[in-house]
Design a protein around this ligand. Structure first.
Ligand code: NCW
Length: 462
């Protein structure tokens, strides 16, 4: 199975997000984000956990950058916290915030690691939510202004600019099911959010391209595309259930972003919720800006079939009709997500077929497990054999996709280190590096040692 070699120049990276790792929530002028508010609201996050301290990356930058270097990675995917840059969301720029990310980006470059920067990984400034958040188009314009400010400061250095991470989560979990910040539960609001996130993506690209000066800088967006299967591919009703999921989760984002239109079936499926009049003339041209890389976050698959009629109010799939999820066979990770490397292969091939002109990167893939450190040979070890096996099998699937002609040029493991897992607090560990939340001590897990061999040789280790 292994011993497979990736093409020369393939990017092996790891990913994190600002709110999940930084801590220092009120330091150096950072304003509140919707995740501060949400995590401080009783009952929203497991154990009442917050990102106030997280894994203290804010104060441990040098040590953590040395760690990335020691892993042999060629790129690090980080996100910038909008509330550190423009604390009120609009208006005054916080110099300390820019200086912090300048330190991170310079620290990466000096170590020979390419910075891959995501501008929005879910931490909307709270004052913007107070004005309507992603349900209003003012937020899209505020995002473009923020992108310009960051681009002006770091545009000579950042290798890849990613506008949004998983807008499906921001829109449907944030405004539809309420599982994520800001915790609203409205079908109409979630569809407004879909559009204003897409608009923000396009407007930000326009501003970035005006100010970025690094000649080889590239542009991207990261979607968590569903790999959905019909329970019975010969049953048209099951096939239609799959079509609905793909319209809501995949094409609602990729079609406007990469093609400049909303899918007609999405508009039809949701017409009882909204007439989409929040899409103004010219918006789709603004959204459909040229990009270089399509980023895909992949974790698991879904299988759907025709189910009973049910309301979709308060769910993450507004307007889905008679769609029922079929339980996926195990084994599952600690998130309850099924392990399906074939799904990664299928998704990469399907995305390439739908949008053949784009380079693709897996911007996140990884697994949560209940890791336990052990004392061994006078040191700490974490034998996360399941994660090693998970990564091995997904890298093999990615390699197969390349052989099948998919222009896959990079892969970022989620996550570099254990961190704040949103509504699950600190109960789920995705890191290839273990973090002791009491002492903040970092310990490379076996998966990190395995990944280093892959990153250094380009060959999937046995
Ligand atoms: S929750 C989620 N994640 C994890 C998170 O740590 C990271 O910030 C995200 O980019 C790991 O990768 C992403 N993604 C949401 C997946 C969908 C959840 C499905 C909910 C069903 C309604």
């Amino acid at each position: 199975m292994s011993g497979l070699e990736f093409p020369a120049g393939f990017t092996f990276g790891a990913a994190t997000a600002a709110y999940q790792i930084e801590g220092a929530a009120t330091e150096d002028g950072r304003g509140p984000s919707i995740w501060d508010t949400f995590s401080q609201t009783p009952g929203k996050v497991e154990n009442g956990d917050t990102g106030d301290v997280a894994i203290d990356f804010y104060h441990r930058v040098e040590e953590d950058l040395d760690l990335i270097k020691s892993l042999g990675l060629s790129a690090y995917r980080l996100s910038i916290a909008w509330p550190r840059i423009i604390p009120a969301g609009l208006g005054e720029v916080n110099e300390a915030g820019l200086a912090f990310y300048e330190k991170v980006v310079d620290g990466l470059l000096v170590r020979g690691i390419e910075p891959v920067v995501t501008l929005y990984h879910w931490d909307l400034p709270q004052p913007l939510e107070d004005r309507g958040g992603w349900t209003v188009r003012e937020t899209s314009y505020a995002f473009a202004e923020y992108a310009r400010v960051v681009g002006e400061r770091l545009g000579d250095r950042v290798a890849v600019w990613t506008t949004l991470n998983e807008p499906w989560c921001s829109a449907y979990l944030g405004y539809g099911s309420g599982d994520h910040a800001p915790g609203r539960r409205s079908e109409a609001a979630s569809l407004q959010a879909v559009h204003h996130l897409n608009l923000a993506h396009g407007l930000a690209l326009i501003e970035l391209r005006k100010v970025v000066t690094r000649p080889d800088a590239r542009y991207s967006v990261t979607n968590n595309l569903a790999m959905a299967y019909a329970a019975d591919p010969a049953n048209p009703e099951d096939v239609d259930a799959k079509r609905q999921i793909e319209a809501l989760q995949n094409r609602a984002f990729t079609d406007p972003q990469l093609r400049g239109f909303y899918p007609q079936d999405l508009l039809t499926d949701t017409k009882h919720i909204t007439d989409w009049s929040f899409v103004h003339d010219g918006d789709l041209e603004l959204i459909n800006q040229p990009i270089d890389i399509v980023g895909i976050n992949y974790y698991c698959t879904g299988t759907v079939r025709r189910g009973p009629e049910h309301s979709t109010e308060g769910t993450a799939y507004p307007g889905a009709t008679r769609v029922e999820s079929v339980e996926q066979p195990g084994p599952h990770t600690d998130m309850g997500w099924n392990i399906a490397p074939q799904g990664l292969y299928d998704l990469l091939v399907a995305t390439h077929e739908a949008y053949p002109e784009y380079e693709i990167m897996v911007t996140e893939n990884g697994a949560a497990y209940g890791d336990q450190p052990v004392e061994e040979d006078g040191g700490k070890r974490v034998h996360d054999t399941e994660r090693v096996d998970f990564l091995l099998r997904h890298f093999v699937a990615a390699h197969r996709a390349i052989e099948a002609g998919v222009p896959l040029t990079g892969y970022f493991v989620w996550s570099l280190m254990d961190n704040f897992e949103w509504a699950f607090g600190y109960t789920k560990r995705f890191g290839i590096v273990y973090v002791d939340y009491e002492t903040q001590e970092r310990t490379k897990k076996d998966s990190a040692l395995w990944y280093t061999k892959l990153a250094e040789t380009g060959v999937i280790p046995e």
